[in-house]
Write a protein that binds this ligand. Sequence first.
Ligand SMILES: [Zn+2]
Length: 130
Amino acid sequence: MNERTKKPARRLRVRAVCAAPRRAEERSLASSELKGLNVRLYEVNSELNASLRRLGELTYTARAGGEAEEGAAGSLLAEIDGRMAEAEELRRRISEVKRERPCPVCGSACGAGDRFCRRCGAETGIGDGN
Ligand SMILES: [Zn+2]
């Protein structure tokens, strides 16, 4: 083997060795952030369900002629609005971390590596250089 055929192979190997750990590090960072976001989303959804149940009880009590606490429904509604906004922000961030993109046909979220939409089957245009 002469020097000319040896050199490019060694350069390629060096590049592959340098890139692999960085990608793996990025992936593990993203997956640990994703785990935290999903845990928080689960908590926010649980709190949201509890608030909605309390609002339902309050509404039922008022309808049944019981005494509803003054302003209780108002503060409960504000709490629900805040939790819905937080859940929406968490879903947006999760989609960003997963590098999801909207399907060009139906608009549902497609993963970074999906060539076809999981809902409608249309080509996403992802993976052909975009
Ligand atoms: Zn679609």
